[in-house]
Design a protein around this ligand. Structure first.
Ligand SMILES: [Zn+2]
Length: 369
């Protein structure tokens, strides 16, 4: 994959005992594995490694949605909740991912601990690796994520049949299920990105990804013959109201243009995009015709089949990993699949059936590994 390393000549980088050796080790292993250095913007950069000191997360403005940005910084072991300490650094640096190196470097030349942090608010330590393999392991964790493909663009078609404009029993199911999620406290408040970012950086993210703040959890219901209904992105799910704005009909996925096709009524303003997980739900409905509804939450259940790689939300790869995992369970229509370091995707006949079946077993804490 074509890579760029940025930030290494930034202020105070030379003072860090950890970052410069890390740059060197990373570059060596990238070269050894046949990855090529990109010549800058517009030369097909797949991944940018953005180094910065922890007190000054340097934003990297990427040229394209398809570029994956990994922030890398170093500091002491965070006190208390690691996520709370380092997640804002990732947001401020405009990264898709963050690697936090715990100083000082141990006698064997590698950081005392290495944490990977994801936009889905997952984090996990790099464990049990021999120092001579350290950079290979780091890259093994990053490579599949960086090479995954986002499917988050939407095409709006103003062709929603008038019979659906006021909703139906299935959109009502979504309204009720979303309220139920809020009552069960399964809907964390959207992450306040705009309060952490200067306006210019927030607008940059908005332009590239059309996001208004990160939020988690969503539901969908199949509409036989048409596709499926799904909650919109970034809306308060405890207050879904309008069909075509808060609840959207996903008709299909257009592979050639890599976008999700939505049917909306005419003259909806402002237009809202569908949840980034639409590609995952689309693939599940297509491959598993008996599935009538899907719930996604950032929670966990004992004994579930889980995906191996924590691909980012909204990628074709996470969609494939989840629907593949679903194909391995005895009853894919009533499946519970773990998304590693992330949450659960649960299939069912309809949403009330899903809640009744899994509600009592949900664990708030997602295990991280
Ligand atoms: Zn999620």
């Amino acid at each position: 994959m074509r890579f760029e390393i940025v930030g290494v000549d930034g202020p105070s980088m030379g003072e860090s005992p950890t970052l410069m050796p890390f740059v060197k080790g990373l570059e060596e292993v990238l070269t050894a594995e046949g990855d090529e250095k990109a010549g800058g913007e517009g030369s097909g950069t797949k991944v940018v490694f953005n180094f910065f000191p922890p007190d000054r997360p340097r934003p990297h403005h990427r040229g394209s949605q398809a570029t994956f940005v990994v922030g890398i910084t170093a500091g002491p072991e965070p006190e208390g909740d690691i996520l709370q300490a380092v997640y804002p650094m990732m947001i401020r640096s405009l990264g898709n991912h963050l690697i936090y190196l715990v100083e000082p470097i141990a006698g064997n030349g590698v950081p005392r601990a290495t944490y990977f942090v994801t936009l889905e608010r997952g984090y996990y330590p790099l464990e049990d690796c021999a120092p001579e393999d350290y950079f290979h392991h780091v890259l093994d964790r990053v490579r599949p994520l960086a090479e995954s493909r986002l499917v988050i663009n939407n095409e709006f078609r103003e062709d929603l049949p008038p019979g659906f404009w006021e909703g139906n029993e299935r959109t009502q199911e979504i309204v009720i299920a979303s309220r139920r999620m809020a009552e069960m406290d399964l809907l964390p408040a959207p992450f306040p990105m705009e309060t952490l970012l200067p306006e210019k950086d927030f607008l940059h993210l908005k332009r590239l990804f059309q996001i208004g703040g990160l939020s988690y959890g969503n539901v969908s219901v199949r509409e036989p013959g048409y596709g499926f209904w799904m909650s919109a992105s970034g809306v308060d799910k405890s207050r879904l109201e309008h069909v075509g704005r808060d609840i959207l009909l996903v008709r299909d996925y257009d592979e050639a243009h890599n976008q999700i096709i939505l049917s909306v009524p005419p003259d909806i303003s402002p237009r809202r995009r569908v949840s980034v997980d639409a590609i995952e739900h689309w693939m599940i409905y297509r491959r598993h015709p008996g599935v009538g509804a899907i719930l996604h939450v950032h929670a966990w259940m004992e004994g579930v089949v889980s995906t191996e790689i924590n691909y980012p939300c909204g990628t074709y790869e996470i969609a494939r990993a989840v629907s593949d995992a679903l194909a391995t369970v005895d009853d894919p229509v009533h499946g519970v699949i773990g998304l590693r370091n992330h949450g659960l995707t649960i299939t069912g006949e309809n949403l009330p059936e899903i809640f009744d079946r899994v509600g009592p077993h949900l664990l708030r804490q997602v295990p991280m590994s």
